[in-house]
Design a protein around this ligand. Structure first.
Ligand code: ARG
Length: 461
């Protein structure tokens, strides 16, 4: 029999029963649901809304249910629709009368709101610690490749020289922002909706500060309607996770390119690649491709939730039950991707010679050549034009700037001297870029120390 049988003349149709039920996916909130109920019962007892003895009976019952669920000894049913009603029904079955008092001054609307926030509050630090692990891998790779010169690209055309270390720290900076975005999200969602009831709180003298504190929230939410209608903390989380995945996906894309036969900048460890069922020569970057692919899933979850919420009148609407699968799937996907991605990067082998060869062959010191003329007094635009002509000439003759003779140089500008070769050496070009944030060894070392400081400050996460 349904909880609401008093109001109804008919049984719920089985189609509706199945359709309406969320237990198949919200069962994973059982520990949060029990924690919320324990805090609620304790507060009800303390505030004299139910007898202290009844509160104790409820709490003991809930603790026993928690243990039994963990041991696999509790069966949830579709008839009880969701995790909240399943646990309440189980409690009442076990402890009788007292169990029926648990839902005083509460609604499933504030219950589901608190459960989901508790879940997200627990998962964000877990995700952050995985990103921190990735940061450590990037720092390690960067430190080992401070002098590994490679081409930097714009439009995927060789542009200016950089190092693999500088490249790794570029990603490290993106992931640092991802972490702070998650921290911001955590900070903002740290308010407890419990006690908001269905939408208009209740006439009972509940102490929302008490339950907020018992559940580890900073404070209760400030408006009961907002408390049950709001899912923007989840949208914020899914946005942060989408951005994080976008970074992982770009990085994956680069790894896929870099380990192609055309680039051969890196080689993936055998343990982090796969072979082909037909082509014996293949070594495929499946891990990177799957991370790139799974990014679409996480974006999908964000779109789901944004779309579910976009036209909902206040306060709770059943549409919002759709939030959970989106939240869970995005969190699961990110948690699945991060460790395997970090391990893949950690174990890949860098091929400095191939990077250097590509860097030497692509006129990536053309800007430096123009800068050389500027340092000899020419306005940049004129220098730029001269070097453009030189490059054009080289392309025709199959030369690069470094293979030109001094006579070739001087034929185009008398400002060129023998020191031009040193100015165009890739090491000089990289190490001259000592600007804060630049690719010179000392600049990258500074970037490493900033990331290390950031990671170090979060050791206990
Ligand atoms: N299973 C529901 C959900 O996830 C719980 C809240 C139900 N509230 C209601 N008024 N029907 O959203």
């Amino acid at each position: 029999m349904k909880l609401w049988a008093g109001r109804f003349q008919k049984e719920t149709d089985t189609l509706v029963n199945d359709f309406n039920s969320s237990i198949d996916f919200d069962a994973r909130l059982y520990s949060q649901d029990i924690a919320g109920s324990i805090a609620h019962a304790q507060m009800l007892g303390k505030c004299g809304i139910i007898e202290e003895q009844e509160a104790e009976t409820i709490i003991d019952g809930l603790k026993a249910i928690l243990g039994d669920i963990q041991a696999g000894g509790v069966e949830f049913t579709l008839d009880n629709e969701d995790i909240h009603m399943n646990i309440e029904a189980e409690l009442t079955r076990r402890v009788g009368e007292a169990g029926k008092r648990l839902h005083t001054a509460r609604s499933r609307n504030d219950q589901v709101a608190v459960d989901t926030r508790l879940y997200v509050k627990q998962e964000i630090p877990a995700i952050i610690s995985r990103v921190l692990e990735l940061e450590k891998v990037l720092v390690k790779k960067a430190r080992a490749n401070l002098d590994t010169v490679m081409p930097g690209y714009t439009h995927l055309q060789r542009a200016q020289p950089t190092t693999f270390g500088h490249y790794m720290m570029a990603y490290a900076n993106m992931f640092r922002r991802d972490i702070t975005r998650l921290e911001d999200c955590l900070e903002r969602l740290d308010e407890c909706p419990l006690g908001a009831g269905a939408l208009a709180a209740s006439t009972y003298p509940v102490d929302r500060f008490e339950t907020a504190k018992a559940l580890g929230f900073k404070k209760p939410t400030d408006n009961s309607m907002d408390s049950v209608a709001d899912r923007d903390y989840a949208i914020e989380l899914l946005s942060a996770l989408s951005i994080l995945m976008m970074h992982l996906s770009r990085f994956s894309e680069e790894i896929i390119l870099w380990c192609s036969w055309e680039f051969q900048y890196v080689e993936l460890d055998d343990a982090y690649s796969t072979g082909s069922s037909i082509m014996p020569q293949k070594k495929n970057p499946d891990v990177a491709e799957l991370v790139r692919g799974k990014t679409g899933r996480v974006y999908g979850s964000l779109m789901t939730l944004l779309t579910v919420m976009k036209a909902l009148p206040l306060a709770y609407n059943k549409d919002m039950q759709e939030d959970k699968e989106a939240i869970f799937d995005a969190i699961d996907t990110v948690e699945l991707c991060l460790p395997v991605f970090a391990a893949m990067v950690d174990t890949l082998t860098v091929r400095p010679k191939n990077m250097a060869r590509a860097a030497a062959g692509g006129f990536i010191n053309a800007t430096d050549c123009a800068d050389y003329l500027v340092k000899k007094g020419l306005p940049f635009r004129e220098a730029y034009m001269i070097v453009g002509r030189l490059v054009n000439q080289c392309i025709k003759t199959g030369d690069t700037l470094d293979t030109l003779t001094l006579r070739d140089f001087r034929a185009i500008s008398k400002l060129f001297d023998a020191d031009v070769y040193d100015a165009l050496a890739l090491k000089t070009c990289v190490n001259g870029r000592k600007v804060y944030g630049g690719p010179a060894r000392e600049s990258v070392e500074k970037q490493i120390s900033l990331i290390e400081e950031f990671v170090g400050a979060r050791k206990d996460v």
